[in-house]
Design a protein around this ligand. Structure first.
Ligand SMILES: Cc1cc2nc3c(=O)[nH]c(=O)nc-3n(C[C@H](O)[C@H](O)[C@H](O)COP(=O)(O)OP(=O)(O)OC[C@H]3O[C@@H](n4cnc5c(N)ncnc54)[C@H](O)[C@@H]3O)c2cc1C
Length: 387
């Protein structure tokens, strides 16, 4: 396979943008994790026929969700409105119900809303105290797991006129999802791998806006989407460049796209995928696809860390350390190192494991290992897409 033949497709500029999203159609909504898994991870396929095909593996898709209709009704009721009142939304006037469904964020309370409640309800001084600048952290702790509806129900005597109420909300924002498919394999489609956010707090069931929109409410109408380019997170130019990909959980999404693309291009550079999740029985996805890729020579190594299948926790960084000598060999031979998924813990732990491998296996001091990793970054062969 020549380098030229393996070069990934050049991105084409899209006419679909944040202000002009494409009306995608949800084709497939399938649960990947088993029902007894602690995670609800889903595979989605969205039809983009008519789009003009503009993304590359490594890019993300922004999805505009609609809010949960039950929550919309609860809020309308709580502020004493009917839902038919006209309010400003997206440069026009709309019935309150529509505006709360599509235009405004109705879960996270804004500082404006909190201030308005504190002023209108002086008999509840806690909020006013927490809004003092010096108590920022206390306010953050207090707000964890609290939503707009909690404040409305806790202060039932407050009835905001609809127009004033929407003025206290922020705009509903699109959510980004890593593209999990290659257009060379699935023309006119984009696949996503999404963890559905559901939890309980203060006695109420909460739903992540966009993940539950996709899981529960996206078949009723269009799924508005637009592409976002991740220039720093594309495949190496040359199809024979080895790649190490670390993608636990939904972090596996872009690597499914990378492997599909390399296969479609016939690019047989070595590839090594580290995946991780809680339990093999509940949380392993796409096994048949990855086995086929291995058999056909497009996936060289596939290492999985099942954190809860044994007494002590095993994560992707531990799997990397188990394979330190070979991993170092790949790095020394110029492999690109990709990381996708959780930014809070995983990306830091993987970074520390990488530095340790360079130090121990490469025979370097701590400082020299740091320099080596910094050099990888400046050569753009250490690439991360973490969130
Ligand atoms: C570049 C990029 C790529 C991404 N790719 C993917 C992807 O491929 N797959 C994927 O699943 N996600 C991905 N994400 C994350 C995704 O964009 C959303 O943030 C995620 O789906 C949650 O959105 P939501 O609207 O469902 O939840 P939201 O309505 O935004 O709610 C999430 C919020 O709920 C709160 N919360 C959550 N759990 C609890 C709890 N137990 N207690 C109290 N509060 C809690 C937290 O404040 C959290 O921020 C990506 C993000 C970025 C930036």
């Amino acid at each position: 396979m020549s380098d030229t033949a393996a070069a990934p497709a050049k991105p084409v500029s899209s006419s679909y943008t944040r202000s002009n999203p494409f009306p995608g159609k949800l084709l497939v909504n399938r649960r990947l994790s088993t029902p007894d898994s602690e995670k609800e991870t889903r595979h989605f396929e969205i039809d983009l026929t008519g789009w003009g095909l503009t993304f590359e593996p490594g890019d993300s898709i922004a999805v505009y969700p609609k809010n949960d209709p039950e929550l919309v009704e609860q809020i309308i009721h709580a502020i004493g409105a009917t839902g038919d009142e006209l309010v400003p939304a997206a440069k026009t006037d709309k019935p309150l119900r529509d505006a709360l469904s599509r235009d405004y964020s109705i879960t996270q309370p804004t500082p404006k809303l909190l201030k308005a409640i504190a002023q209108a309800a002086p008999s509840a001084p806690l909020l006013a105290h927490l809004l003092e600048p010096a108590r920022k952290q206390d306010l953050e702790n207090y707000l964890w797991g609290m939503e707009v509806i909690d404040f409305l129900l806790d202060h039932r005597s407050l009835k905001f006129p609809p127009e004033q109420f929407v003025g206290l909300l922020s705009k509903l924002q699109p959510r980004l999802y890593s593209i999990a498919s290659s257009l060379r394999v699935f023309p006119d489609q984009v696949h996503l791998i999404v963890d559905v956010v559901r939890y309980e707090s203060h006695g109420r069931v909460r739903k992540g806006v966009c993940s539950t929109f996709l899981a529960e409410r996206a078949t009723d109408g269009p799924v508005p989407v637009y592409p976002t380019t991740a220039k720093h997170f594309h495949l190496p130019e040359a199809g024979d460049t080895p790649m190490i990909m670390v993608g636990p959980g939904t972090g596996i999404a872009p690597f499914r796209a990378f492997l599909q693309e390399r296969r479609a291009l016939g690019a047989k550079g070595r590839t090594w995928l580290f995946f991780g999740a809680q339990r093999e029985r509940c949380d392993s996805y796409y096994n048949a696809e990855f086995e086929q890729l291995q058999q056909d020579g497009f996936l060289t190594h596939f290492d999985c860390a099942w954190s809860r299948d044994q007494e002590h926790k095993v994560y992707v960084q531990h799997k990397m350390l188990d394979r330190a000598a070979e991993l170092w060999k790949w790095l020394d031979e110029g492999a690109y190192f990709y990381v996708c998924g959780d930014a809070k813990r995983m990306a830091k732990d993987v970074d520390a494991a990488l530095r340790k491998i360079v130090q121990d296996q490469g025979g370097r001091s701590v400082e020299q290992a740091q320099d080596y990793v910094e050099q990888m970054k400046s050569e753009k062969r250490y690439r991360r897409d973490v969130y």
